[in-house]
Write a protein that binds this ligand. Structure first.
Ligand code: NDP
Ligand code: 2IT
Length: 444
């Protein structure tokens, strides 16, 4: 058995019941085969693949809080500090009832390579809790966030580990967490990113993941001789990533016809009204069923269905494994030309394979959604120099980073004889830098 297969088997045996983690490891390691073959002797001796698939540490803790009825509730908190070879641990906090250690590990593992692709000095980590912010009062969210930080504060810091938002964690949650960290530690430092603008946040961080997704998609299309303007786009999700992806897509002259949430989806033939979407989701924290009140011409459907709609470009921006083989088949049959992942691992391995075999341009999440964490790193830089950059300055750096990511992964794919395979290109380009740093730093 080859080294890659040995390590995949070892990961599965050592971490049973963590299917999402297995999936992420398999995707990365399988596409690293040509790199591993070239360096097999050194990598084996240094146990490089065993080390890179084992987190530096996993922290799991109790998060007790009191609800509005006076009842004590108990959630589980997690932080997986995966790899800090190239910088302090960096990655979001997911608050969703589905959160478990396997999901946090898959996200933390992806984050290592994503952060490396940004070419900024950030290592990989992820955390979260099975707490569900939906339907909770502001007070309940606040006391949960305070209790979460009461434990997590021991392990994070501006030069140590810098968490941020993810599903269920937005500006409100980051604000409460930042306040509690400051109170306990008595220091004012950039320990979290995605902060409010009046206390160390960066302009354009809110927009960054969605905007970055479109900057990378545009560059991928351009390098294949295609103009994004005039294209029809299907987006899934209706949260932070989906909303600002829709906004930037429209600014670039494309038409976005769908968005979704975990209950259903909207089809708007005239193009999604981003202002209405923001009001429903960001202000009212309501469901997509409300969208029809703003746009009588639109349709609301219960359940899944976004990928059955005819489009040129598909941007999955909700959650993992939301684009299945049957969806990939529908996209291909309907003439789709490109898929770029705004979410982390939204496309199953079978669906990805089918799309690539059918010559769909496919940009993996660790490259396509890296604009969020890249701008988080820019927020860290601003905090360190105690300055704030203008929106234009941050946005133009973000554009440069996304264009650079695309060319780095495109070049890596060409170097290893798999031109056009952007999954392999992203994994190879992200891995090389981390691997070299780990080898240079010795066994640790
Ligand atoms: P939000 O919480 O703002 O929005 C999440 C959206 O996805 C909501 O529309 C939500 O619907 C939907 N969703 C969540 N879970 C499920 C599910 N199990 N089934 C169906 N729909 C679901 O999160 P973000 O927009 O921040 O994150 C979306 C994706 O992008 C995630 O994969 C995240 O890891 C990734 N990402 C986020 C970054 C960021 O900067 N925020 C950066 C890079 C990647 P509902 O409201 O019904 O739950
Ligand atoms: O998946 C991700 O890259 C994020 N949720 C953003 C992480 C960050 O530190 O900004």
């Amino acid at each position: 058995m080859g080294y890659v297969d040995e390590v995949i088997e070892r990961v599965i045996t050592k971490n049973p019941s963590e299917p999402e983690f297995h999936q992420a490891v398999r995707e990365v390691l399988e596409s690293l085969r040509p790199v591993v073959e070239k360096n097999e002797e050194v990598y084996r001796r240094e146990a490089l693949l065993e080390r890179i698939t084992e987190p530096d540490r996993q922290i799991k803790f109790r998060v007790p809080w009191v609800d509005d009825q006076g009842q004590v509730q108990v959630n589980t908190g997690y932080r997986v500090q995966f790899n800090n070879a190239i910088g302090p641990y960096k990655g979001g906090l997911r608050l969703h009832p589905s959160v478990n250690i396997g999901i946090i590990k898959f996200l933390g593992f992806e984050q290592i390579f994503k952060n490396s692709l940004t070419c900024l000095p950030i290592g990989g980590g992820k955390g979260g809790s099975d707490f569900d912010p939906k339907g909770k009062s502001d007070r309940e969210v606040m006391v949960f966030c305070q209790s979460f930080i009461n434990e997590l504060y021991k392990y994070i810091g501006a030069d140590e580990d810098v968490p941020a938002g993810d599903i269920g964690t937005g500006a409100r949650e980051i604000g409460y967490m930042f306040g509690q960290y400051k109170k306990i530690r008595g220091v004012y430092e950039g320990v979290l990113t995605g902060k409010g603008l009046s206390y160390g946040g960066s302009l354009a961080r809110t927009e960054a993941t969605g905007y970055g997704l479109l900057y990378l998609t545009k560059e991928m299309l351009k390098s294949n001789g295609i103009d994004i303007s005039g294209k029809t786009i299907c987006i899934s999700g209706s949260g932070n990533v989906a909303t600002y992806a829709a906004q930037k897509a429209q600014q670039l002259g494309a038409k976005v016809v769908t968005v979704s949430d975990s209950n259903g989806w909207v089809y708007d033939p005239d193009g999604i009204d981003v202002a209405a979407l923001k009001e429903i989701k960001e202000v009212k924290r309501a469901r997509l069923t409300e969208y029809k009140n703003y746009r009588p011409n639109s349709e609301y459907h219960e359940g899944r269905g976004v990928w059955q709609v005819k489009c040129d470009i598909a941007l999955p921006c909700a959650t993992q494994n939301e684009l299945l083989l049957e969806d990939a088949k529908a996209l291909v049959a309907n003439g789709c030309i490109a898929v770029a992942e705004g979410a982390n691992m939204p496309t199953t391995l079978e669906a990805t394979k089918y799309l690539q075999e059918n010559k769909i341009l496919f940009a993996p999440g660790k490259a396509a959604n890296a604009g969020g964490v890249a701008t988080s790193a820019l927020e860290m830089s601003q905090n360190s120099e105690r300055l704030s950059w203008s929106f234009e300055e941050v946005d133009s750096k973000l554009q440069g980073i996304m264009i650079n990511i695309f060319h780095n992964l495109d070049d890596a794919a060409k170097r290893y004889g798999c031109e056009g395979d952007y999954v392999a290109g992203a994994n190879i380009a992200g891995f090389e830098k981390v691997a070299n740093a780990m080898l240079a730093q010795g066994v640790c």
